[in-house]
Write a protein that binds this ligand. Sequence first.
Ligand code: GLU
Length: 446
Amino acid sequence: MNMSKVVTRFAPSPTGFLHAGNYRTAVFAYLFAKQHAGTFLVRIEDTDRARSKPEYEQNIMETLAWLDVRSDTEIARSSDRVERHKEILAKLIESGAAYVSHEAKKDDSNQMVDVVRFRNSGTTVSFHDEIRGDITFDTTEHEDFVIARAVDDPLFHLAVIVDDGDAGVTHVIRGEDHISNTPRQILLQQALGYAVPVYAHLPLILGSDRSKLSKRKGAKALTEYRDQGVLAEAMLDYLASLGWHPGDDREYLTREELIRMFDLSRVQKGGAIFDETKLFSINQHWMRALSDEAFVARGELVAADESKLREAVPLLKDRAHTFSEVREMLAGELACLFAAPEIEREVLVRKEPADRPGLTKSALQGLLEPLRRLPGDVSAEVVKDTLMPLADAEEAKGKGGRGGVLWPLRYALSGQERSPDPFTLISILGAPESTARIEKAIAILE
Ligand code: GLU
């Protein structure tokens, strides 16, 4: 392998929102550079002026900043380098490696144009791809290919190799869809005396239906996942796992571990599947890895009572896969932690066995005293050890007795069909608030 300082690049075209597959390319190029104490650079490849849009470029910058996959140098833009491309084009024409060709435009207009064609001797071009091995192309079919629409309008291939060459890029890590571009780019590099970089063409990423991931088929911009409350460290971990595996059974890797362990030669040749469910489960792991304080801060969570919010974090860590799920829970089944719920008589008595009228009320009354004796800061386990025997005793008197106690208790506390168990609720609400809610329920039954 090349011993000079490693320089990799990510050269996205801002012609649409990039998807996970594009960013996976960025992540691999970034990891490889960092691993070799090299340089990672980002270049906005806006050679297709008509389709390049500032909002797409803005989204690329935002996503890379979110992932903290940042360019080590100021971000270049192909359109800012057109003068340099023109200079190189002139050089190619002057040396005879390229020539101006007066020909009819390839449309129905009959218009004559002066394009610039590269003089291609039709040799075979071979290169070693770090992922796919040795590749040989016969370049005859490319004939004298067009490298500029006019002497002042150089095209993609020329721009790419001039920009890579001038930046000293040593490793071109990019999507497999660029493999067929490589022989033409190598011919240009050779004609201009640029060193041929090491190539690594990454396999495509497929959607869960195994078709190519594409925006048209609903592939999301990564910022949508950010807005849904996926953590950057989770996204980075997941993107790195698409087509690469550290080779041991480690499932979750930090940025530092990824930089240390990433291995270009272990990237698989077959397409990897982008699986949202897997991404969310990795996200849950990284959400759980946060301290409770960091969880609140990173999720930008707000609630009327901050200390209750903090106490609810273990519940949230247990249940949610994204921070939008967290917010839904706080507004839904966990709203009862922050405000006393409205409750209805019929729902309260729903589980009262038909042969034991009045059980709901007497059971709730029976819970008040033991609850009042609980210490201020109490765990769900202690609450359970205190109250469960009372529910068990009712069950011993007749089937359905346990539910006849626990259901109205949970409903009185939460006002919800679905909620955390009553012991957890009491441990977070505290005994005074819990007894107040139970007393309110008893009053409804008077
Ligand atoms: N601009 C190209 C793209 O967005 C990448 C070109 C390259 O990596 O050489 O697909």
